[in-house]
Design a protein around this ligand. Structure first.
Ligand SMILES: [Zn+2]
Length: 205
């Protein structure tokens, strides 16, 4: 049985165009710019979920990562490929300095801790930070493809051997335009990654 999105508050859909999609797979049109095979989104950025993120990131309530990771866990199908690596979408170093912690790394670690407690999950102990991120002074272009190309300059793969031929699940708390995660996926693919999945706590629409 496929458990995709059993625990989310929204129906499975393509995160690029928001059209309903079986197992949260990215549609053909959006795959061309998102570079991601499927994006498992737990909820929308609104109400109590927006408050959870604000409390987590800005009030530094690190324990909020636990219920957030549980919700991510509940929308990720149990039949992801063996050997998939769970990697955070890295936060800009300037933001980490402001907040004192890297929220996406903490979320990804809690997610893996959750998965490791599950007997069904064949992908235990698979946390690895595969991407690095520089802080650039951003002058983002107006078109989506310009923004993605410029965001690509912020990400790098410190160790390409860890990426080559791998399937990777990127983790982040919020997706807005998708430019960051799309750029990160493109950088991983250019380093030889086979297929990129992603999971996002809340999507801004
Ligand atoms: Zn789409």
């Amino acid at each position: 049985m496929c458990l995709a999105n059993a625990g989310g508050t929204i129906q499975p859909r393509c995160a690029g165009c928001m059209r309903l999609s079986k197992n949260s797979k990215t549609c053909q049109t959006c795959k061309s710019w998102l570079n991601i095979y499927a994006i498992y989104v737990a909820t929308l950025y609104e109400g109590i979920y927006e408050q959870m993120i604000r409390s987590f990131k800005f009030n530094v309530r690190r324990q909020t990562a636990i219920p957030m990771a549980k919700m991510l866990y509940d929308v990720i199908p149990s039949d992801l490929p063996d050997g998939i690596i769970v990697s955070p979408l890295p936060t800009a170093p300037s933001r980490i300095r402001q907040r004192g912690f890297d929220h996406a790394t903490l979320l990804a670690k809690k997610l893996v801790a959750n998965l490791s407690n599950s007997k069904e999950a064949p992908w235990n102990g698979c946390f690895r930070a595969l991407l690095g991120r520089k802080t650039n002074i951003r002058q983002l272009g107006s078109s989506r493809s310009q923004r993605i190309e410029q965001m690509k300059n912020e990400f790098f793969v410190p160790n390409p051997q860890q990426v080559a031929g791998k399937q990777i699940l990127l983790v982040d708390d919020v997706m807005t335009t998708g430019a960051s995660i799309s750029a990160a996926a493109k950088v991983l693919k250019e380093a030889g990654a086979k297929r990129i999945y992603a999971t996002i706590f809340a999507q801004k629409t």
